[in-house]
Unconditional design. Sequence first.
Length: 325
Amino acid sequence: MSTNEFANSVILITGGTGSLGKKFIEHALEHLGPSTIIVYSRDELKQFELREYFNRDPRIRWVIGDIRDRERLSSAMHGVDFVVHAAALKQVDTAEVNAYEYVRTNVTGSQNVIDAAVAAKVRKVVALSTDKASSPVNLYGASKLCADKLFTSANMDPHNQHTKFSVVRYGNVLGSRGSVVPLFRRLAAEGKPLPITDKRMTRFWITLDQAVDFIVNAFVHMQGSELFVPRIPSMRVVDLVEAIAPGAITHEVGLRPGEKLHEEMISEVDAVRTYKRGDRYIMLPQSGRLDEDMPMVGRLPDGFNYRSDTNDQWLSVAEIQELIA
Protein backbone atom coordinates (compact mmCIF):
# COMPACT_ATOMS: atom_id res chain seq x y z
CA MET A 1 0.00 0.00 0.00
CA SER A 2 1.17 3.51 -0.77
CA THR A 3 -0.16 6.71 0.74
CA ASN A 4 -1.96 7.23 -2.59
CA GLU A 5 -4.37 4.49 -1.57
CA PHE A 6 -5.81 6.89 0.98
CA ALA A 7 -7.02 9.04 -1.94
CA ASN A 8 -10.83 9.22 -2.05
CA SER A 9 -11.06 6.81 0.89
CA VAL A 10 -13.13 7.09 4.05
CA ILE A 11 -11.12 7.30 7.29
CA LEU A 12 -12.72 7.00 10.73
CA ILE A 13 -10.88 8.04 13.87
CA THR A 14 -12.22 7.14 17.29
CA GLY A 15 -11.52 9.68 20.01
CA GLY A 16 -10.77 12.09 17.20
CA THR A 17 -11.18 15.32 19.16
CA GLY A 18 -7.98 14.88 21.15
CA SER A 19 -4.61 16.43 20.35
CA LEU A 20 -3.53 13.47 18.25
CA GLY A 21 -6.85 13.40 16.43
CA LYS A 22 -6.64 17.08 15.55
CA LYS A 23 -3.11 16.68 14.18
CA PHE A 24 -4.06 13.53 12.26
CA ILE A 25 -7.03 15.29 10.64
CA GLU A 26 -4.79 18.20 9.60
CA HIS A 27 -2.26 15.79 8.09
CA ALA A 28 -4.90 13.70 6.31
CA LEU A 29 -6.65 16.69 4.75
CA GLU A 30 -3.36 18.16 3.55
CA HIS A 31 -1.50 15.05 2.42
CA LEU A 32 -3.71 11.94 2.13
CA GLY A 33 -6.64 13.16 0.05
CA PRO A 34 -9.51 11.19 1.63
CA SER A 35 -13.05 11.86 0.49
CA THR A 36 -14.30 11.77 4.08
CA ILE A 37 -12.91 11.78 7.60
CA ILE A 38 -15.34 10.60 10.27
CA VAL A 39 -14.63 11.87 13.77
CA TYR A 40 -16.26 9.51 16.26
CA SER A 41 -16.25 10.75 19.84
CA ARG A 42 -18.60 11.39 22.75
CA ASP A 43 -17.91 15.04 23.66
CA GLU A 44 -20.15 17.42 21.72
CA LEU A 45 -18.32 20.53 22.96
CA LYS A 46 -14.95 19.28 21.74
CA GLN A 47 -16.54 18.35 18.42
CA PHE A 48 -18.04 21.83 18.10
CA GLU A 49 -14.72 23.50 18.88
CA LEU A 50 -12.85 21.32 16.41
CA ARG A 51 -15.52 21.78 13.75
CA GLU A 52 -15.04 25.54 14.07
CA TYR A 53 -11.25 25.11 13.98
CA PHE A 54 -11.55 23.32 10.63
CA ASN A 55 -14.03 25.95 9.34
CA ARG A 56 -16.76 23.33 9.00
CA ASP A 57 -14.81 21.53 6.27
CA PRO A 58 -17.36 19.43 4.32
CA ARG A 59 -14.91 16.53 4.12
CA ILE A 60 -15.24 15.97 7.88
CA ARG A 61 -18.26 14.17 9.35
CA TRP A 62 -18.91 14.49 13.06
CA VAL A 63 -20.49 11.52 14.83
CA ILE A 64 -21.38 11.58 18.51
CA GLY A 65 -20.87 8.13 19.94
CA ASP A 66 -19.08 6.02 22.52
CA ILE A 67 -16.94 3.00 21.66
CA ARG A 68 -18.79 1.21 24.47
CA ASP A 69 -21.89 1.40 22.23
CA ARG A 70 -21.40 -1.39 19.68
CA GLU A 71 -24.57 -0.59 17.74
CA ARG A 72 -23.69 3.08 17.28
CA LEU A 73 -20.11 2.20 16.38
CA SER A 74 -21.26 -0.36 13.81
CA SER A 75 -23.53 2.23 12.20
CA ALA A 76 -20.65 4.74 11.96
CA MET A 77 -18.35 2.16 10.32
CA HIS A 78 -20.47 1.56 7.22
CA GLY A 79 -18.45 2.39 4.12
CA VAL A 80 -15.23 3.05 6.05
CA ASP A 81 -11.88 2.01 4.53
CA PHE A 82 -9.40 2.82 7.32
CA VAL A 83 -9.77 3.21 11.08
CA VAL A 84 -7.47 4.93 13.56
CA HIS A 85 -8.46 3.79 17.04
CA ALA A 86 -7.37 6.55 19.42
CA ALA A 87 -10.23 6.55 21.94
CA ALA A 88 -9.21 5.52 25.45
CA LEU A 89 -9.27 6.49 29.10
CA LYS A 90 -5.67 7.39 29.92
CA GLN A 91 -5.11 8.87 33.38
CA VAL A 92 -2.91 6.45 35.33
CA ASP A 93 -3.92 7.44 38.87
CA THR A 94 -7.62 7.79 37.99
CA ALA A 95 -7.60 4.25 36.61
CA GLU A 96 -6.51 2.84 39.95
CA VAL A 97 -9.78 3.89 41.60
CA ASN A 98 -12.08 3.53 38.57
CA ALA A 99 -10.79 0.21 37.29
CA TYR A 100 -13.95 -1.18 35.71
CA GLU A 101 -14.61 2.01 33.74
CA TYR A 102 -11.18 1.66 32.15
CA VAL A 103 -11.85 -1.98 31.33
CA ARG A 104 -15.19 -1.07 29.73
CA THR A 105 -13.61 1.58 27.52
CA ASN A 106 -10.11 0.31 26.82
CA VAL A 107 -10.87 -3.41 26.60
CA THR A 108 -14.56 -3.91 25.78
CA GLY A 109 -14.58 -0.74 23.68
CA SER A 110 -11.61 -2.01 21.69
CA GLN A 111 -13.38 -5.32 21.01
CA ASN A 112 -16.37 -3.32 19.79
CA VAL A 113 -14.10 -1.48 17.36
CA ILE A 114 -12.78 -4.82 16.09
CA ASP A 115 -16.24 -6.36 15.69
CA ALA A 116 -17.62 -3.28 13.94
CA ALA A 117 -14.63 -3.10 11.57
CA VAL A 118 -14.92 -6.77 10.62
CA ALA A 119 -18.68 -6.49 10.06
CA ALA A 120 -18.20 -3.41 7.88
CA LYS A 121 -15.30 -5.02 5.97
CA VAL A 122 -12.95 -2.16 6.78
CA ARG A 123 -9.62 -2.61 4.99
CA LYS A 124 -7.14 -1.69 7.73
CA VAL A 125 -7.25 -0.67 11.40
CA VAL A 126 -4.37 0.81 13.40
CA ALA A 127 -4.85 1.01 17.17
CA LEU A 128 -2.82 3.36 19.34
CA SER A 129 -1.05 1.87 22.35
CA THR A 130 1.25 3.26 25.05
CA ASP A 131 4.58 2.48 26.64
CA LYS A 132 2.63 1.73 29.83
CA ALA A 133 1.29 -1.44 28.17
CA SER A 134 4.76 -3.05 28.33
CA SER A 135 5.25 -4.93 31.61
CA PRO A 136 2.29 -3.00 33.06
CA VAL A 137 2.21 -2.13 36.75
CA ASN A 138 -1.00 -0.09 36.62
CA LEU A 139 -4.58 -0.72 35.52
CA TYR A 140 -4.32 1.68 32.60
CA GLY A 141 -1.29 -0.14 31.21
CA ALA A 142 -2.89 -3.54 31.80
CA SER A 143 -6.07 -2.49 29.99
CA LYS A 144 -4.04 -1.23 27.03
CA LEU A 145 -2.02 -4.45 26.94
CA CYS A 146 -5.32 -6.35 26.72
CA ALA A 147 -6.38 -4.06 23.87
CA ASP A 148 -3.06 -4.67 22.07
CA LYS A 149 -3.62 -8.42 22.30
CA LEU A 150 -7.18 -8.08 21.01
CA PHE A 151 -6.07 -6.17 17.94
CA THR A 152 -3.07 -8.33 17.06
CA SER A 153 -5.13 -11.52 17.45
CA ALA A 154 -8.12 -10.20 15.48
CA ASN A 155 -6.35 -11.04 12.23
CA MET A 156 -6.65 -14.73 13.08
CA ASP A 157 -10.42 -14.70 13.63
CA PRO A 158 -11.91 -17.16 11.11
CA HIS A 159 -14.84 -14.78 10.60
CA ASN A 160 -12.47 -12.02 9.49
CA GLN A 161 -11.77 -12.32 5.77
CA HIS A 162 -11.17 -8.67 4.88
CA THR A 163 -9.75 -6.53 7.70
CA LYS A 164 -6.13 -6.20 8.81
CA PHE A 165 -5.32 -5.02 12.32
CA SER A 166 -2.05 -3.66 13.72
CA VAL A 167 -0.91 -1.58 16.71
CA VAL A 168 1.48 1.34 17.18
CA ARG A 169 3.05 1.92 20.58
CA TYR A 170 4.94 5.06 21.57
CA GLY A 171 5.76 7.21 24.60
CA ASN A 172 4.80 10.65 25.90
CA VAL A 173 3.54 12.96 23.16
CA LEU A 174 4.86 16.52 23.29
CA GLY A 175 2.02 19.01 22.99
CA SER A 176 -0.77 16.55 23.69
CA ARG A 177 -3.63 17.31 26.04
CA GLY A 178 -2.52 16.50 29.60
CA SER A 179 1.15 17.19 28.89
CA VAL A 180 3.12 18.47 31.86
CA VAL A 181 4.67 21.26 29.76
CA PRO A 182 1.78 23.78 30.13
CA LEU A 183 1.65 23.12 33.88
CA PHE A 184 5.37 23.74 34.30
CA ARG A 185 5.16 26.91 32.21
CA ARG A 186 2.26 28.27 34.25
CA LEU A 187 3.92 27.54 37.60
CA ALA A 188 7.20 29.03 36.40
CA ALA A 189 5.41 32.20 35.24
CA GLU A 190 3.80 32.47 38.68
CA GLY A 191 7.18 32.03 40.37
CA LYS A 192 6.12 28.82 42.07
CA PRO A 193 8.25 25.69 42.64
CA LEU A 194 7.83 23.01 39.98
CA PRO A 195 6.67 19.58 41.23
CA ILE A 196 8.87 16.70 40.08
CA THR A 197 7.79 13.13 40.71
CA ASP A 198 11.37 11.92 41.10
CA LYS A 199 14.59 13.54 39.90
CA ARG A 200 15.72 10.21 38.47
CA MET A 201 12.64 9.86 36.26
CA THR A 202 13.01 9.38 32.50
CA ARG A 203 10.46 9.21 29.70
CA PHE A 204 10.30 8.48 25.97
CA TRP A 205 9.43 11.57 23.97
CA ILE A 206 7.72 11.99 20.57
CA THR A 207 6.15 15.00 18.88
CA LEU A 208 2.60 15.05 17.53
CA ASP A 209 3.91 15.31 13.96
CA GLN A 210 6.17 12.30 14.48
CA ALA A 211 3.32 10.31 16.02
CA VAL A 212 1.01 11.02 13.08
CA ASP A 213 3.71 10.18 10.53
CA PHE A 214 4.35 6.91 12.34
CA ILE A 215 0.65 5.99 12.29
CA VAL A 216 0.34 6.71 8.57
CA ASN A 217 3.51 4.71 7.90
CA ALA A 218 2.08 1.78 9.84
CA PHE A 219 -0.91 1.74 7.50
CA VAL A 220 1.45 1.69 4.54
CA HIS A 221 3.62 -1.20 5.74
CA MET A 222 1.34 -3.34 7.90
CA GLN A 223 0.58 -6.93 6.95
CA GLY A 224 -1.59 -7.52 10.01
CA SER A 225 -0.85 -8.47 13.65
CA GLU A 226 2.32 -6.38 13.99
CA LEU A 227 2.99 -4.03 16.88
CA PHE A 228 5.14 -1.13 15.65
CA VAL A 229 7.45 0.75 18.06
CA PRO A 230 9.36 3.85 16.90
CA ARG A 231 12.98 4.40 17.85
CA ILE A 232 12.64 7.72 19.65
CA PRO A 233 14.74 9.61 22.20
CA SER A 234 14.42 9.69 25.96
CA MET A 235 14.54 12.75 28.18
CA ARG A 236 15.24 13.28 31.87
CA VAL A 237 12.50 15.10 33.75
CA VAL A 238 15.09 17.39 35.34
CA ASP A 239 16.24 18.38 31.83
CA LEU A 240 12.65 19.14 30.86
CA VAL A 241 12.35 21.47 33.86
CA GLU A 242 15.62 23.16 32.99
CA ALA A 243 14.47 23.63 29.39
CA ILE A 244 11.18 25.22 30.46
CA ALA A 245 12.37 27.27 33.45
CA PRO A 246 16.15 27.43 33.81
CA GLY A 247 17.17 27.55 37.45
CA ALA A 248 13.62 27.06 38.73
CA ILE A 249 13.09 25.72 42.24
CA THR A 250 11.72 22.17 42.25
CA HIS A 251 10.35 19.80 44.84
CA GLU A 252 9.86 16.04 44.62
CA VAL A 253 6.32 14.79 45.15
CA GLY A 254 6.88 11.05 44.79
CA LEU A 255 5.39 8.49 42.42
CA ARG A 256 1.64 8.59 41.89
CA PRO A 257 -0.39 5.38 42.23
CA GLY A 258 0.57 3.05 39.39
CA GLU A 259 3.39 5.26 38.09
CA LYS A 260 6.79 3.96 36.94
CA LEU A 261 10.15 5.63 37.48
CA HIS A 262 11.16 4.68 33.93
CA GLU A 263 9.00 3.56 31.02
CA GLU A 264 9.43 0.57 28.75
CA MET A 265 8.18 -0.12 25.23
CA ILE A 266 9.65 -3.59 24.62
CA SER A 267 10.22 -6.04 27.46
CA GLU A 268 12.94 -8.67 27.46
CA VAL A 269 10.23 -11.32 27.04
CA ASP A 270 8.73 -9.57 24.00
CA ALA A 271 12.13 -8.83 22.47
CA VAL A 272 12.51 -12.42 21.27
CA ARG A 273 9.57 -11.75 18.93
CA THR A 274 10.76 -8.31 17.86
CA TYR A 275 13.10 -7.23 15.09
CA LYS A 276 14.56 -3.90 14.04
CA ARG A 277 13.81 -2.25 10.71
CA GLY A 278 15.36 1.16 10.20
CA ASP A 279 13.72 3.69 12.52
CA ARG A 280 11.39 1.19 14.20
CA TYR A 281 10.99 -2.11 15.97
CA ILE A 282 8.35 -4.58 14.80
CA MET A 283 6.90 -7.00 17.34
CA LEU A 284 5.13 -10.14 16.18
CA PRO A 285 2.29 -11.75 18.17
CA GLN A 286 2.76 -14.68 20.53
CA SER A 287 0.93 -17.00 18.13
CA GLY A 288 2.98 -18.59 15.38
CA ARG A 289 6.46 -20.11 15.27
CA LEU A 290 9.58 -17.99 15.60
CA ASP A 291 11.54 -20.02 13.07
CA GLU A 292 8.79 -19.54 10.48
CA ASP A 293 7.60 -15.98 11.16
CA MET A 294 10.66 -14.08 12.40
CA PRO A 295 13.11 -12.70 9.82
CA MET A 296 16.76 -13.44 10.52
CA VAL A 297 17.91 -9.89 9.70
CA GLY A 298 17.31 -7.42 12.48
CA ARG A 299 16.64 -9.87 15.32
CA LEU A 300 17.38 -8.36 18.69
CA PRO A 301 20.15 -9.72 20.92
CA ASP A 302 19.43 -11.90 23.93
CA GLY A 303 18.48 -9.87 26.99
CA PHE A 304 17.41 -6.82 24.97
CA ASN A 305 14.74 -4.50 26.29
CA TYR A 306 13.75 -1.00 25.24
CA ARG A 307 13.54 1.27 28.29
CA SER A 308 13.62 5.02 28.68
CA ASP A 309 16.58 4.91 31.09
CA THR A 310 18.78 2.61 28.96
CA ASN A 311 17.90 4.15 25.60
CA ASP A 312 20.77 4.99 23.22
CA GLN A 313 19.10 8.28 22.14
CA TRP A 314 18.73 11.26 24.50
CA LEU A 315 17.41 14.78 24.17
CA SER A 316 19.63 17.54 25.53
CA VAL A 317 18.24 20.59 27.31
CA ALA A 318 18.82 22.66 24.16
CA GLU A 319 16.99 20.12 22.00
CA ILE A 320 14.05 20.05 24.40
CA GLN A 321 13.90 23.85 24.33
CA GLU A 322 13.79 23.77 20.54
CA LEU A 323 10.96 21.23 20.55
CA ILE A 324 8.77 23.08 23.03
CA ALA A 325 9.41 26.53 21.59
